[in-house]
Structure formats: C-alpha cells, structure tokens
Design a protein around this ligand. Structure first.
Ligand code: SF4
Ligand code: SF4
Length: 262
C-alpha cells in the first residue's frame, strides 16, 4: 500500500472539522425571533425547538463553540431538516440558513459515523434516486404493487409499521403514471408567436418520472409566453439531491458530468 492510500481522514467525534464549518458571521445574524418556526414543516410536525431553523442554528453555534459534540442526538435534528428553505424566505433578518445547512451536511457525512444499516440505506438511496434509468427499472414492480391491490393489502396488514422508515416512504409513494415510462418532451419546442427568450429546461430525476405532466405544462406555458424551449438529450440529475444531503463527491462528479449514468 502506498502512503497515499493509507492516508485516512480522522473522524472528528467532537464537532465540526476545519473544512467550511458553519460561518459564525451567518449564525450571528439570527436574532432568535422565532418568526421562522411557523413555516418550518419539521418543527410543525415534530414540535421541538431543536427541529426548527432557530434550534438548528443554536446547535451549529454550540458545536462551533465546542459546547456540544456532533452526537447522534444532535445529528438527528439536522437530518430532520427537509431543506425546503421556507425559513429563508420567512426570516425578517435575512438569515442565510441555506448556506448554513449546506455546509453542515457534509460536515456530518465526514465526521459523524452513521450506523451500518443507515449507511446501507443511504447508499441505496443515493445510488437509485438521482438516476432516472435505474428508477425506471423499478416502475413495473411498483405498478404491479399498486394496480394488483398489493398496496391496499400491505397497508391493511400494518406490516410496514415494523419498518417505520419504509412505512413513511411507502405512504408518500406517488401513483405510477403511464408517462413515467419514457420521456415524451421533444428536445426543442418553438415559441408561439414572436420569440422572446430561449430557455434550457432541466427535467429532473424523480420529476421526469412521477411528475412529467408538470414538466409538460411548464413547456406549454413557456412556449405560450414566447420562449423557445431546449431540452438537452441525455441530461442526468442536476446533482441537487446528493449536494443537499452532503454527498459532496457524488455531487461534484455529477456537476462535472464524470458521472454520466442516467
Ligand atoms: S432564522 Fe430568522 S426568523 Fe428564525 S429565529 Fe432566526 S432571525 Fe428569527
Ligand atoms: S429548510 Fe429545514 S429548517 Fe428551514 S423550513 Fe425547511 S425544514 Fe425547516
């Protein structure tokens, strides 16, 4: 083994490492007014201060200050953040929570040792969801599950309650539409009337399968408003999903198009 291959970044079980911890200047812009709480879905569902934007900012600050470690109890409050950023538009002080959570997540991935089942689950998720072709391979079994009454049967048995995470994912499983099986939007749609703009369109990874009608409606609206729409062929995931979950290497590879798998 070379010295390079044996070089392992040490886990920092105490807190954040020196590579882009949450910026104290951004943290300090929070005046703890609590306006953001009512718009935060994780706070509204879980009802704990630590599952709110304000609470998470407190936690970031406390970790930065070395007052608390990056423990399981703390990490679960960052994991429960949906990244919806409703708090950013609500905040009267202009706190850039988006930047704060964006750097916190890679810190967690680098410095918090997740359990083996958690690692396996996340690996499966990140190797499936941002790849439309892999997701499409699952459509037929999903369709069978939904159309042959298996879904109603499984739900009636409450079997999934033994696997809470699977149960919550199953509960929000959208119906598989016929449009999910192939992309139907042409690569070029002309503007109606006088051309005002030329717009490139990202189809999304999950969006193009389960919400293709939203993409189709977007194209119609753009075209009706004088935009010619270009939909590049072979476009993959925009990398938002791995990026927002702290999967830095995967996100960078997708952004560079090293990872050309669809
Ligand atoms: S993030 Fe904004 S809205 Fe929320 S507590 Fe801080 S200053 Fe108030
Ligand atoms: S981004 Fe996170 S903290 Fe902000 S509103 Fe959404 S769930 Fe709440």
């Amino acid at each position: 083994m070379t010295s390079e291959s044996t070089e392992i970044m040490p886990l920092n079980l105490e807190g954040f490492d020196a590579e882009h911890p949450p910026d104290p200047k951004l943290i300090d812009t929070c005046v703890h007014c609590g306006f953001c709480l009512s718009t935060c879905p994780s706070y509204r569902v879980l009802g704990k201060e630590t599952d709110s934007p304000r609470g998470r900012i407190y936690l970031m600050d406390a970790i930065n200050e070395g007052e608390i470690p990056l423990s399981t109890a703390v990490v679960q409050h960052f994991d429960s953040c949906l990244g919806c950023l409703a708090c950013v538009t609500t905040c009267p002080s202009g706190v850039q929570y988006d930047k704060l959570i964006e750097v916190t997540r890679p810190q967690i991935e680098r410095n918090y040792p997740r359990t083996l089942p958690e690692r396996i689950f996340r690996k499966l998720l990140f190797n499936l969801v941002p790849y439309p072709r892999r997701l499409r391979a699952l459509l037929v079994p999903l369709l069978v599950y939904q159309k042959l009454g298996l879904q109603s049967f499984v739900r009636s048995t409450r079997l999934l309650e033994l696997f809470p995470r699977l149960a919550s994912m199953e509960s929000i499983l959208p119906s598989v539409p016929a449009s999910a099986f192939q992309d139907s939007i042409p690569t070029f749609v002309p503007a109606q009337g006088e051309k005002r703009y030329r717009v490139g369109m990202v189809l999304g990874c999950v969006q193009r399968l389960f919400f293709a009608d939203v993409n189709a409606a977007t194209v119609r609206v753009l075209s009706a408003n004088g935009c010619e729409v270009v939909v590049p062929k072979d476009q993959g995931c925009c990398a938002a999903l791995p990026h927002h979950q702290g999967q830095e290497e995967q996100a960078k590879a997708m952004a560079r198009r090293d990872d050309r798998q669809l």
